[in-house]
Unconditional design. Structure first.
Length: 261
């Protein structure tokens, strides 16, 4: 999908994929609403995984429903990945500089992908060097931002996902704060200062490199959300069908293709 910007150039080729990003203020007006929407979406998903919430206005999904569906044995590998990403995000979000924080976020999602892929590779090639988006090489098994650590206990998938959702929501909150600071800086400039330092009254929220990093980070987070949304929707669907079946055993089946929750 291609979206044309105000200047006739393309902004999006597909959801979460940015190319030729605009760096002028008028052409970035879509960013603050997008960041706010992403933060609200992850906060909502966090509440869903904390249990006791009507998911997507369809069914009340409890902790026990989720744990019965997603057992520790079944979700062990994904739980570890989400745990490593969540704990790494907590450290990265403490970085004072927004630009450095975005760079670290971009690197950590790449390193997570490399780590996940390395689990399926032979140990004989485990030391192969790889490169991150900033051009720096790292050795698989040695990561700059992904905090890989042994976990001597079984982790709860539902709690891990809820915590990860909270950390990703905080990442978007960090981006929102950056946008607010940039907008405040613009308001503090008088027209003469603005004209002198930013021709055509142009005071963009993001520079080109940061906007590109945002697109990569947002796209990776959206992939995680797509998986969680699909599985949560399927669980809510099954709960609704179970309730309908208890009322009328012949009135609903799990193969009913007309359902669209």
């Amino acid at each position: 999908m291609s979206v044309m910007g105000g200047g006739g150039g393309m902004i999006l080729t597909q959801p979460g994929s940015l190319i030729q990003p605009f760096t002028s203020a008028p052409q970035q007006e879509w960013l603050p609403p997008l960041v706010a929407k992403r933060r609200a979406t992850w906060k909502y998903l966090q509440r869903c995984f904390e249990g006791g919430m009507v998911v997507y206005n369809t069914a009340l999904v409890s902790d026990s429903d989720m744990r019965s569906c997603w057992t520790e044995e079944k979700m062990q590998r994904r739980t570890l990945h989400y745990f490593l990403l969540g704990t790494s995000l907590a450290t990265i979000l403490e970085i004072p500089s927004t630009d450095d924080c975005l760079k670290a976020l971009s690197i950590v999602v790449e390193e997570l992908d490399y780590y996940a892929a390395s689990e399926t590779r032979s140990k004989s090639i485990f030391s192969r060097a790889r490169k991150t988006s900033d051009g720096k090489s790292f050795i698989e098994g040695e990561y700059s931002h992904l905090e890989v650590r042994p976990v001597p206990f079984n982790m709860d998938y539902v709690i891990t996902v809820a915590t990860l959702c909270e950390m990703i929501a905080q990442a978007y909150e960090r981006m929102a704060l950056h946008q607010q600071r940039q907008q405040q800086k613009r308001l503090q400039l008088n027209p003469l200062q603005l004209a002198a330092t930013h021709p055509y009254h142009d005071f963009p929220i993001w520079n080109a490199s940061s906007l590109d990093l945002f697109g990569k980070i947002d796209g990776r987070f959206k992939k995680i959300y797509a998986v969680l949304y699909k599985e949560l929707e399927a669980l809510a669907r099954d709960i609704v069908l179970d309730e309908l079946s208890s009322i009328d055993p012949l009135g609903a089946t799990r193969n009913d293709s007309d359902w669209d929750l």
